[in-house]
Design a protein around this ligand. Structure first.
Ligand code: DGP
Length: 112
């Protein structure tokens, strides 16, 4: 399913891109919830973690590796929060799999 994130991948709308390879894209969230808040998405149009197929295992693994690499590049030496909202109960708004990376402040628990 094509979403706004497909347009970011295609450079049809602007985003502050932090990392790109053949599998993933990382860019800053338009509505940051922490001093550092970026998203890592697969280029493949996967709806959510609830919609994975077997062939997506390496893609998801690469996205998590990219989240770690970009977090380090962004200087998040004190730690960070990784969030993947899935589906309606998970609060997912954009139906293209994405991992939020939030850092630069103390995170609280439980999330809302
Ligand atoms: P979620 O609720 O997990 O589906 O979060 C979607 C996130 O995507 C939300 O934090 C805002 C972000 N977002 C939505 N549209 C855009 C956009 O056009 N550009 C950027 N950079 N981020 C967006």
């Amino acid at each position: 399913m094509a979403t706004i994130f497909s347009k970011i991948i295609a450079r049809e709308i602007p985003a502050e891109i932090l990392f790109e390879d053949e599998v993933c894209l990382a860019f800053r969230d338009i509505n940051p919830q922490a001093p550092i808040h970026f998203l890592v998405i697969p280029k493949k149009e996967i709806v959510s973690l609830a919609e994975l197929s077997g062939e997506d295992e390496q893609i998801v693994g690469r996205c998590l590796m990219v989240a770690s690499l970009v977090a380090a590049e962004q200087g998040l030496t004190g730690g960070y929060r990784l969030v993947a909202n899935a589906g309606q109960d998970g609060g997912q708004e954009v139906p293209h799999l994405h991992f939020h990376v939030l850092g630069g402040r103390q995170m609280s628990w439980p999330p809302g």
